[in-house]
Design a protein around this ligand. Structure first.
Ligand code: SAM
Length: 500
C-alpha cells in the first residue's frame, strides 16, 4: 500500500540535510506516451478549461487527499493517469468532438473526464469507488454535461441506463455514442466482452489497457499459436487497432507493466456472421472446431462442396455456417424448422445436430446473439437418429446417477477440478463446489444447464420461462464473472426430453 503524502498546503521545501529523513514524495515522473504517430512537444500537465485545474502528479495527490487521505486500491486497478497529454491522445483516438455522448468507465480523479468535457462531449461516467465518484462530483459540480453513476461496470446494465441518457442528450435523434476509458486492468477482458457487441449503441470504443492485453486483442492473424477465442470474438464484433504504448511511469501508483491505447471500431449488429460455435475453438481448424456438429468426413465434404480451406477466417466462417446449422425455433417439435424468436425478440435459434454415435457429446443449441445452451444427448435416444440432415434428435439433459461421484464442471464449459478419487463410501455426494463459485446440484434429479452468450437484456425470469417447458427450473444462477452466462438447474422428470 502506498501512503500518500498530504500536500495541502504544500510545505516549504526544507534544505536537504543528511540527518533529516526524506519525507517528500518522489518527483513527478517524466511523462511519456510513445505514440505510433503524432509526437507533439507539450508540457506534462495541461490546464483543463472545464475543470480549471491541472492534472499532474501533485494535483492527483491533492485531489486524492481532498476528502481525507485516500490510498489507491489495487483491487480496483486504481492507477491514475498523471499525463494530460495521454488523456488528450485518448480523446483524439476516439475522434471525440462537440456534441458527442461518451461513456467513461472509472473516471477516478476526473483527469480524462476533464479532457472529454474540454472536447465538448457529454459524459456518462460509471465509477465503482464511492470516494472517487464523490470526488469527481465535487470537481465538476452540477453540470448538464456530466452524469456520474456509482456502479460496478461489470454488473451494470449499460443498455437500460445509458440508452435513455443518449436519447435525451442527442435530442432523440439516432446517434451513436463512444466509449473512452482508462480502464482498471483487471476488468479489461470483461469490459471488452460487454461493450463490443453493442455496435447498435457505440460507434467506437477506445481503451487504455495493459500493453500485453492490447497487443493480444489487436492481433488479427489467426495462424499464430497465441490466437485465442477472444480474438475471434474481438474481430467478429469490431475492427481493433493498436494505437500507442503508454509507459508505466505515467501512472500513479506506478504499475508493474506498461499500458497501451487500443481502439475498437464496432460493427453493426446486423452484419454479424452466424458463427457462434467457432468461438469454442482456439484455432479455427474447422474439422476440429466443429466436430461436435457433424462427423469429420461430413465437415470435409461440406468444405469441399463450397470450396473452403480447413483453417478459417471470419468471412469464410460466415459462408460456411449455414451448411452445418439450420435455423429453427427453440421450441422445435421434431420438425426442426420452427421459427420462434428468442425471448428478447432479437434473433432466431440455430439448431445444431450432434455427431453420430457420440453419446455424451455436448449438443449445442446456438443462438447468434442470445444464448448458447449446452445440453447432453441422452443415451436412450442414441439409436433413434444419426443423420445430421434428418429431423432433430430428441435430447435430454444428461442424468447423473445418484451414487456417481460429482464430476467437475468440465462438461459444463468450466475447467474440471482435479479431485482425489475416494472410495465410494467416502465420496461426497452433495453439495460440493466447482470453480466459479457454483454449487453442485443437491438433488440427483436436478440437471445443471450452462447457458452462455446471453443477451445483455436477458433476465433470470426469461431464462426460467424459456426452460420451464422442459421441466421444473429449480433456480437460475446468473454468472456475473462470465460475460452473459448463467447456470440453471432443471428437473426434467424421468421421461421428459429436452427439447420436447
Ligand atoms: C486506472 S483508474 C483510471 C482513473 C482515471 N480515469 C484516470 O485516468 O486517472 C481506474 C478507475 O476505475 C475505477 N474502477 C475500478 N473497477 C471498476 C468497475 N468495476 N466499475 C467501474 N469503475 C471501476 C477505479 O475506482 C478507478 O477510479
Amino acid at each position: 500500500m502506498v501512503a500518500l503524502p498530504s500536500l495541502s498546503p504544500p510545505p516549504p521545501r526544507p534544505s536537504p540535510s543528511p540527518a533529516t529523513p526524506r519525507r517528500r514524495p518522489p518527483p513527478p515522473p517524466p511523462p511519456h506516451a510513445t505514440p505510433s504517430h503524432r509526437v507533439r512537444s507539450r508540457p506534462a500537465t495541461v490546464v483543463s478549461a472545464a475543470s480549471g485545474v491541472t492534472d499532474g502528479y501533485h494535483s492527483t495527490i491533492r485531489s486524492l487527499n481532498s476528502r481525507g487521505r485516500h490510498v489507491p486500491r489495487k483491487s480496483l486497478g486504481q492507477n491514475y493517469m498523471l499525463n494530460s497529454k495521454v488523456n488528450e491522445e485518448l480523446v483524439a483516438a476516439a475522434g471525440v468532438e462537440e456534441g458527442d455522448v461518451v461513456l467513461e468507465i472509472g473516471p477516478g480523479t476526473g483527469s480524462l473526464t476533464a479532457a472529454l468535457l474540454d472536447a465538448g462531449a457529454t459524459v456518462f461516467a460509471v465509477e465503482k469507488d464511492k470516494h472517487m465518484a464523490t470526488l469527481v462530483n465535487d470537481r465538476f459540480g452540477s453540470t448538464e454535461q456530466l452524469k456520474i453513476i456509482e456502479e460496478d461496470i461489470t454488473k451494470f446494465n449499460v443498455r437500460s441506463h445509458f440508452l435513455p441518457f443518449l436519447e435525451e442528450k442527442s435530442h432523440h435523434r439516432r446517434k451513436y455514442a463512444k466509449v473512452v476509458s482508462n480502464l482498471p486492468f483487471n476488468v479489461s477482458t470483461e469490459v471488452v466482452k460487454l461493450l463490443l457487441p453493442m455496435g447498435d449503441v457505440f460507434s467506437v470504443t477506445v481503451l487504455l489497457l495493459q500493453d500485453e492485453t492490447a497487443l493480444r486483442f489487436a492481433d488479427a492473424s489467426i495462424q499464430t499459436p497465441e490466437y485465442r477465442p477472444i480474438n475471434v470474438f474481438v474481430n467478429f464484433y469490431s475492427e481493433p487497432e493498436y494505437k500507442f504504448k503508454v509507459e508505466r511511469t505515467n501512472f500513479f501508483p506506478q504499475p508493474k507493466v506498461d499500458g497501451a491505447v487500443i481502439s475498437f471500431k464496432l460493427k453493426n449488429s446486423g452484419d454479424y456472421p452466424p458463427v457462434n460455435s467457432a468461438f469454442n475453438g482456439k484455432r479455427k481448424m474447422l474439422r476440429k472446431s466443429l466436430q461436435h456438429l457433424c462427423s469429420s468426413s461430413e465437415i470435409e465434404a461440406a468444405l469441399a462442396n463450397i470450396g473452403l480451406p480447413v483453417t478459417l477466417t471470419l468471412p469464410v466462417l460466415a459462408r460456411f455456417s449455414p451448411v452445418v446449422a439450420r435455423p429453427s425455433g427453440f421450441s422445435c417439435n421434431n420438425s426442426g424448422d420452427g421459427s420462434s424468436s428468442s425471448p428478447t425478440g432479437h434473433c432466431r435459434w440455430a439448431h445444431i445436430h450432434p455427431a453420430p454415435g457420440k453419446i455424451s457429446t455436448p449438443i449445442q443449441l446456438i443462438h447468434p446473439h442470445l444464448v448458447h445452451v449446452v445440453a447432453y444427448k441422452n443415451p436412450r435416444y442414441a439409436a433413434t437418429d444419426q443423420s445430421p440432415l434428418s429431423p432433430p434428435l430428441r435430447f435430454s439433459i444428461r442424468r447423473r446417477r445418484p451414487n456417481q461421484s460429482p464430476r467437475g464442471g468440465g462438461d459444463l464449459g468450466f475447467p474440471r477440478p482435479r479431485r482425489r478419487r475416494l472410495p465410494p463410501r467416502h465420496r461426497p455426494l452433495l453439495p460440493s463446489s466447482i470453480p466459479g463459485g457454483l454449487r453442485r446440484v443437491a438433488c440427483p434429479k436436478m440437471r445443471p444447464v450452462f447457458c452462455g452468450n446471453l443477451d445483455y437484456d436477458a433476465r433470470q425470469s426469461e431464462i426460467e420461462r424459456l426452460f420451464s417447458k422442459y421441466g421444473r427450473v429449480e433456480r437460475v444462477d446468473m454468472k456475473s464473472g462470465y460475460h452473459g452466462a448463467s447456470l440453471l438447474f432443471l428437473d426434467d422428470g424421468l421421461g421428459s426430453t429436452f427439447p420436447a
